[in-house]
Design a protein around this ligand. Structure first.
Ligand SMILES: Cc1cc2nc3c(=O)[nH]c(=O)nc-3n(C[C@H](O)[C@H](O)[C@H](O)COP(=O)(O)O)c2cc1C
Length: 230
């Protein structure tokens, strides 16, 4: 099967998505479409390389928003029906909002529009699914209350990307989520994968309901459910 798989900038369900893609890539050709934020967030959670190593060759490309400029030529493959399936997981509230309003101004939103025109079955996993609170996972973070203000910051020294600004913060746009810093600080200032509870906004849930009503789109709760559609 030829699958186009879009990833947006959501930390929620991201690791679970990468697990499913790795599994399916053993038997299927998968082209990955990354939103700009999807590319950044995959790096922050240390998952980018796992996706990059799965790609290479026709219909197994890694398509970046920034490489596609403004007209997204690669999404033309969807309007021509070259893929058997288009999956978007995880899908941010931002991208869901654009899709339900017919906006197609990024690689992934344009791909959803083109998949609709080409009759390609589209599965979408929105991260904002139902009302209430949800537990989600954070990328690397400094806990400044534990910081001992050492003369030499070992955590900062251990970072090959220069992402740690001592006594201040981690520059997540430089962080590649490698985790080298976590063991380097004897005061355990750096945490990775901490759980945090966030509240779902009404407007985002409303947009997910609108998504469910759209023709040609199936809304799934979890990336694992994609397997049932293969
Ligand atoms: C570490 C991190 C995690 C994020 N997780 C989420 C998330 O779970 N859900 C969401 O809607 N936005 C999340 N965002 C915000 C989106 O990345 C941001 O709204 C972005 O503009 C979405 O762009 P896209 O929809 O084109 O991918 C996160 C941002 C960061 C930095």
């Amino acid at each position: 099967m030829k699958i186009a798989w879009g990833i947006t900038g959501a930390g929620h369900l991201l690791a679970e998505t990468v697990d499913v893609i790795e599994d399916l890539a053993e038997d299927h050709e998968i082209t990955i479409f990354l939103s700009n934020a999807g590319e950044e967030v995959l790096k922050m959670y240390g998952l980018y390389e796992r996706i990059a190593t799965l790609t290479g060759g026709r219909y197994k490309e890694l398509a970046l928003d920034s490489d596609q400029s403004f007209s997204y030529p690669i999404s033309g493959r969807l309007s021509l029906g070259k893929y058997d399936l288009f999956v978007l997981s995880p899908t941010t509230s931002n991208t869901v909002a654009k899709i339900v309003h017919g906006i197609a101004d990024s690689l992934v939103t344009n791909s959803v529009a083109q998949a609709g025109k080409g009759g390609v079955q589209t599965l979408i996993v929105p991260v904002d699914f139902e009302e209430g609170d949800v537990e989600t996972i954070l990328p690397s973070k400094l806990d400044l209350e534990s910081c001992a203000d050492c003369e030499v910051c070992e955590a900062s020294n251990s970072c090959s990307q220069g992402a740690i600004i001592p006594k201040k913060e981690i520059n997540l746009l430089k962080c590649i989520g490698c985790g080298d810093c976590t063991d380097s600080c004897q005061y355990d200032v750096i945490s990775a994968g901490k759980l945090v509870t966030i509240h779902m906004r009404g407007i985002d849930i409303e947009n997910t309901h609108k998504l469910v009503l759209m023709d040609g789109i199936y809304v799934l709760k979890h990336p694992n459910e994609v397997r049932k559609h293969i």
